[in-house]
Design a binder for this molecule. Sequence first.
Ligand SMILES: [Zn+2]
Length: 402
Amino acid sequence: MVARDIGAGFKPMASQCDHDDATKSYGSDRAQLVYGKRPDGTFAHIAEVQRGLACGCVCPACGGQLVARLKADRQVPHFAHHGGEACGGGPETVLHLLAKEAFRSNPTMALPERLGLDSRRVVSKPSLEVKTEFLRLEYNDPKTIIPDLYVRALGYDLFIEVAVTHFADDAKIQRLREHKIPAVEIDLSKLPRDALRNAITEAVLKTARRRWLFHPGIDAARAKQDADEIGWQQERDRRHAAAAARHQSRVEETAAAYRQALAKLAGRDIALPRQAELQAVGLAEYVGRDVAGFACFSEPPAVWQSIILAEVFHDRCLGNAACKSVPIANHLEKRRLIQKPFLRVSSEVADEINVIEARFASPWKAVDNYLKYLLGEGVLVQQGYEVACHHVRQSMERQDAG
Ligand SMILES: [Zn+2]
């Protein structure tokens, strides 16, 4: 906000330059001017002055001489610029100056709510009505901070900015922060430019929207929030690292278990379940395939593969002629044929195990590999996403009948 000293003496005539500047800044403002500036710097309402030039007032924005137009002139009472075009800046300047004037009588004002710290916790401190003590208008310091007002409240110094069209920008807020004096900005942009003194006072002290430009308590609370955020981030990172370590050891332990399982199964004597039945229908030759992942099972391939052919495809123990690899693997798990280290290996873990132990595949994948082998041999036929083995059933039924 351009600072205007309310106490400065008025200029006898506005220069053309001042007039142009004021028109440029406030040209869009069509409110009527209802306050003029008296020679002593105070404001006169249009109802308090004599008609015409006898009002003795100047424009608070450009300093140009004013004439009072009253009801007798068949107009809504207002001040007009004498012998020239209105600069347009008067109403806004009046609003700004009267808002500042409101603080001269040490009034009670509403402070906006803000963040703060309470026992090292970030809390929201509610809006507060406080008694103010007027210090001065326009505080100046070497760092070129020029607030509109300087008061004391709650025993502390407080800057007050009254914004009508120009709001504090980041640079200004940064200067206030360096100065470390709490500052509030009161937003009068919604107030009519020709509002009366009482309405302006009510708005500036209580009802108008307001915000903290700077408060050390807000900065402390934000610093705490940032520190908390960093703490949470570190905790998250620590948990992710721990989860990654657990994941890695699962991968390594499962790979090692698989190598042991391969060694254990090698050269074991086996008794095949339902061997005679499978032999009779010519399927005995399709069991005993060392498909990838076969060492996940507690018995050699010929055993669990015989069980798949006999129980799943002949007995239809899963309820249907057609089946998929995962339900079959679950059946084998129920039959306690899958070794514990290989139960519920996620595909992500399985992929990583494959990097260090290429022979590994998870149990359902081993079953799938076996089904693919049977499909290739014409023992199974594809039915959509499932496979079926009519051959086994029909042959075995013939066997049973014979
Ligand atoms: Zn003017």
